[in-house]
Ligand binder design. Structure first.
Ligand code: CA
Length: 224
């Protein structure tokens, strides 16, 4: 999931970034309102974490403009304790939730999962390929009913493969989608993670689900 954070307090912004990245989110941080608004309206994000008092365009004006343009982006407002009127106005303008500073990043993550779940409520929450199943809400993965423990990036990589069984993802696509690298890092990062996934998902299984397509990339074998 890709999250945009518009927050001018560097310390808070960096805490949010660290906390979310540790959970496998891809995070863009903007410290200024006008740049933040430009990003929010030009790139696809799964959610926006939006401070109210910002240099440049303020948070409420960003929110108002996003809603006027009917951009279906879940928004969580960050508010100071004293900003009661702003908080109410924000909710009226279509914010999905708010958090009062100071807050725990864990709380923010829980709210993020809740608002993005609501936003994608129509989508299925369980991906299945053969006897491999992934629950996108509880983040549980099982093969033949046996739980598999995955690190956040491993989960993201497997999710991308499972979303389109049979489709080959190139190394570059995987770098972009899972690591948000818009360049080839020139390392064997992807290979390393594919190996880890194979150990956890395919080791000991009669059918190997993760396939290498020589010279192209990787895919998950579609169920026959
Ligand atoms: Ca601020």
């Amino acid at each position: 999931m890709k999250i945009l954070v518009i927050e001018d307090e560097k310390k808070i912004a960096s805490l949010i970034r660290k906390g979310l990245e540790a959970q496998g989110f891809v995070v863009d941080v903007c410290l200024q309102g006008d740049d933040g608004y430009a990003l929010a309206t030009s790139r696809p994000y799964d959610a926006l974490i939006l401070d109210i008092m910002l240099p440049g365009r303020d948070g409420l004006s960003i929110l108002r403009n996003i809603r006027e343009r009917k951009i279906p982006l879940p928004v969580i407002l960050l508010t100071a304790r004293a900003e009661l009127n702003e908080r109410l106005e924000g909710l009226n303008l279509g914010a999905d939730d708010y958090l009062t500073k100071p807050f725990f990043v864990e709380e923010l993550i829980a709210r993020l999962h809740a608002v993005t779940r609501r936003a994608t409520g129509a989508q299925q929450s369980i991906l299945e390929v053969g006897d491999l199943a992934m629950n996108l809400i509880t983040r549980e993965v099982t093969r033949g009913g046996v739980p598999i423990e995955l690190a956040p990036r491993e989960f993201n990589l497997l999710e991308h493969l499972m979303r389109s069984p049979g489709r080959v993802l190139t190394r570059v696509q995987i770098c972009e989608q899972v690591w948000d690298y818009h360049f080839d890092p020139g390392t064997n990062l992807v290979e390393v993670y594919i190996q880890r996934l194979r150990k956890k998902v395919d080791a000991g299984a009669a059918v190997k689900l993760i396939e290498t397509i020589r010279g192209v990339g990787y895919r998950i074998k579609p169920s026959s």
